[in-house]
Ligand binder design. Structure first.
Ligand SMILES: Cc1cc2nc3c(=O)[nH]c(=O)nc-3n(C[C@H](O)[C@H](O)[C@H](O)COP(=O)(O)OP(=O)(O)OC[C@H]3O[C@@H](n4cnc5c(N)ncnc54)[C@H](O)[C@@H]3O)c2cc1C
Length: 301
């Protein structure tokens, strides 16, 4: 990319409350772009992909960056950086899938700036956090002039850089229920270099019954394997209800790979490569999650 600054003129605002943002968005809607860490947006503005009359910075809103255990689950404010997430003892201990995904993302410099809200709202199919959040059945809290709504994150993504967020709404929080007892998770990722976007990423969860059978499974594949991440319900169905052996896991990995639709124009890898490697990554992730579920008693590991 060129080092020239190509930004067009815009007016810049730093509201201090969410309601100020909502009022601003209600008035200026499509002329406004929200900015958090700016690690996606500024690149897009520089490339001329995004032009905006008004830029509204969310980082000055004091109560939008937090990691809280609310008893029943985890609440993360939209402007929480990945550095804060990977440094949270609560997340490391109780939500290791999120910890692993956050730690795998970008470089320390990027993680210092990048926010969870920005990663979700930018809706790149290769983003690292959405697969982990979908595997944890996370919900997005969205607020706008007409009030607030909660949406399963899986329903939030509708295409490449496309979400169900309306132009007068913002994401304020991510909510994750405490995973059930006897759950195990794993996040695996490959990329050309450590600081590159994922060529492929996989987030899985396995929850076991007391008799050892798989009660629920989540298998989510990202990394440009379709216009959005892909949750493979076929793979999940092949796992649920069974006392899992390696052959069940191989069948599930095969099923997940058959649901992928990678773009032939990807600069990172061919569709053939992504589909073949997905079988290996899904299998490895499920084996790891199953092992962790067997060793876990009450909380997720
Ligand atoms: C060198 C480099 C390496 C990277 N590596 C990775 C990687 O390994 N994995 C990965 O997943 N990503 C990676 N990224 C992409 C990027 O860092 C992440 O997507 C990041 O989380 C975006 O967050 P941000 O706060 O910087 O968002 P911003 O750039 O500020 O915003 C991104 C988009 O989201 C919107 N937005 C932000 N917050 C909100 C909100 N609360 N409500 C509504 N809309 C909002 C903005 O309007 C904008 O459209 C990389 C980027 C760079 C430059």
């Amino acid at each position: 990319m060129s080092a020239r600054i190509l930004l067009t003129d815009f007016e810049y605002f730093e509201p201090e409350t969410i309601s100020d943002v909502i009022t601003f968005l209600a008035k200026h809607r499509k002329d406004t772009k929200l900015i958090a860490g700016g690690t996606d947006l500024l690149v897009d503005m520089k490339k001329g992909r995004i032009k905006s009359k008004f830029l509204v910075n969310l980082m000055k809103i004091p109560n939008l960056s937090y990691v809280t255990d609310d008893g029943g689950g985890l609440r993360i404010g939209a402007t929480t950086t990945f550095r804060k997430i990977e440094e949270s003892q609560l997340i490391k201990e109780k939500y290791p899938l999120l910890f692993e995904a956050a730690q795998a993302m970008g470089t320390v410099q990027i993680r210092n700036m990048a926010t969870i809200g920005g990663n979700i709202c930018n809706a790149l199919p290769s983003a690292d956090i959405p697969p982990a959040l979908v595997a944890l059945d996370a919900k997005a809290k969205i607020v706008g002039k007409s009030g607030e709504r909660f949406l399963p994150l899986e329903e939030f993504f509708v295409g490449i850089r496309k979400t169900t967020l309306k132009s007068d709404e913002l994401l304020t929080e991510v909510h994750i229920q405490s995973p059930p007892a006897r759950s195990g998770t794993a996040f695996l990722r490959i990329s050309r270099t450590a600081s590159d976007l994922a060529t492929l990423n996989v987030a899985v969860r396995v929850t076991l019954e007391n008799n050892g059978a798989c009660k629920t499974a989540r298998v989510v594949v990202g990394g440009g394997v379709g216009p959005t991440l892909i949750r493979s319900r076929r793979a999940e169905t092949l796992l649920e209800g069974k006392v899992l052996e390696e052959s069940h896991i191989e069948n599930a990995a095969q099923a997940a790979s058959e649901e992928l639709k990678p773009r032939p124009t990807s600069i990172r890898a061919s569709p053939f490569y992504k589909i073949e490697v997905s079988k290996v990554l899904v299998k490895r992730a499920l084996m790891k999650a199953l092992d962790r579920a067997k060793r876990s008693k009450k909380s997720i590991s």
